[in-house]
Design a protein around this ligand. Structure first.
Ligand SMILES: Cc1ncc(COP(=O)(O)O)c(C=O)c1O
Length: 370
């Protein structure tokens, strides 16, 4: 092959999604695998969403609305922002990549935390930008160190709140302080993919902050609590000049009709979102208590996943993800996401969580939850 690829690709590795379920079942001879590896919602789309999707199938010979008009009107109304302050993407990942395209390049700089969402590094490398990945402190963003990392040429700073993979938040006061410090030329992205799961009382909706900070970009997704990961739709709220910039680099119809229909309907059911949040919050507490009883370290989380320490079990720690898989439970190995010695487990249904805890107890040679 003699094709010459972009030099930036030399530093990049493709995003590695987990193996297909059918392959795992075949490899380990399992009837069932509990999928706790990708921070998805255990429940599917709301029933009303399935109805709306079914009703829209016959119109699929047409392109979708290029500007997501109906969804834009509904969401901007709910959030209390002008419609020109909203952007939509094929997942919020699409918007992250587009932001990279719009503001990064050789000779400019980006700041994010480490470990955090693996895609941030991809954005910097893909655009050949310089970057500082600032280590977490006590599993949290070290905002002071991140502030110190900001340079004159820093065009993008990302805070993942709650952070993937640690599940931690820094809270509104610290974020406000960050916004007051970072120069207005630096876009600050709050990646709020898991914000609907946060149950701490000081959670503040950051959307009204856009009135104070023109350099703030808020990203959210329908992939998590709304149970629509398979459709790929996320959104961003930002100053209209940011939206204009993204409009220049996005592809014409970057959000499918089905994704728009599903998101629009999903927004009509906030009570179902609250139910899911309450379930996950309750399970986080229950799982934490059972892990403590098992003598396992874990990180208190505000999201729909938890980091669990797996050192000191009879099997070698690095083997634990595979040993759990042999027992029918797929979690994310911490070794691939900057957390060696830990696994990241999605909070699933109570039954799924019990199966995870049971498999972990089995590895520890103890009895699991009954
Ligand atoms: C922190 C964070 N941001 C963004 C995303 C991307 O979500 P989407 O499915 O909307 O592209 C994820 C997905 O796991 C995530 O963990």
């Amino acid at each position: 092959m003699t094709a010459k690829f972009n030099k930036a690709l030399e530093g990049l590795v493709p995003y590695k999604a987990g193996p297909p379920m059918a392959e795992i079942r075949g490899r380990y001879g399992l009837d069932r695998v509990v999928e706790l590896g990708a921070n998805e919602c255990a429940d599917g789309p709301f029933p009303e969403v399935i109805e709306a999707l079914t009703a829209s199938l016959t119109g699929l010979n047409r392109y979708p609305s290029g500007g997501c008009e109906e969804l834009r009107a509904s969401l901007s109304d709910r959030l209390g922002v002008e419609s020109g302050a909203m952007m939509f993407g094929n997942g919020s990942c699409d918007l992250l990549m587009l932001l990279g395209e719009a503001v990064l390049g050789p000779g400019v700089h980006m700041v994010y935390a480490d470990p955090s969402f693996v895609v941030y590094e991809t954005i910097a490398l893909a655009r050949q930008a310089e970057f500082d990945a600032v280590p977490l402190r006590d599993h949290r963003h070290d905002l002071d160190a991140m502030k110190r990392a900001v340079r004159e040429d820093t065009r993008l700073l990302i805070v993942c709140e709650p952070n993937n993979p640690s599940g931690t938040c820094v809270g509104a006061a610290a974020l406000r302080d960050l916004m007051e410090t970072v120069p207005p030329e630096t876009l600050v992205v709050f990646d709020e993919a898991y914000t609907e799961y946060v149950s701490r009382p000081d959670l503040e909706d950051t959307v009204p902050w856009l009135r104070d900070y023109e350099n703030l970009v808020i990203l959210r997704t329908f992939s998590k609590i709304y149970g629509l990961a398979g459709l790929r739709i996320g959104y961003g709220v930002a100053h209209p000049s940011v939206i204009d910039a993204i409009d220049k680099v996005r592809q014409p119809y970057n959000v499918s009709t089905l994704a728009q229909v599903a998101a629009l309907e999903a927004l009509r059911h906030p009570e179902r979102v609250a139910e899911r949040r309450d379930h996950v919050a309750g399970e986080r507490v229950r799982i934490g208590e059972l892990l403590t009883a098992l003598g396992r370290p874990w990180v208190p989380s505000e999201a729909n996943f938890m980091l669990v320490g797996v050192e000191g079990l009879p099997s070698a720690a690095a083997e634990v993800p595979n040993a759990l898989l042999e027992r029918g439970v797929l979690v994310r190995s911490g070794w691939g996401i900057g957390y060696p010695g830990w696994v990241r487990a999605t909070v699933g249904t109570s039954e799924e969580n019990d199966l995870f805890l049971g498999a972990l107890s089995d590895l520890a040679g103890e009895e699991g939850p009954t």
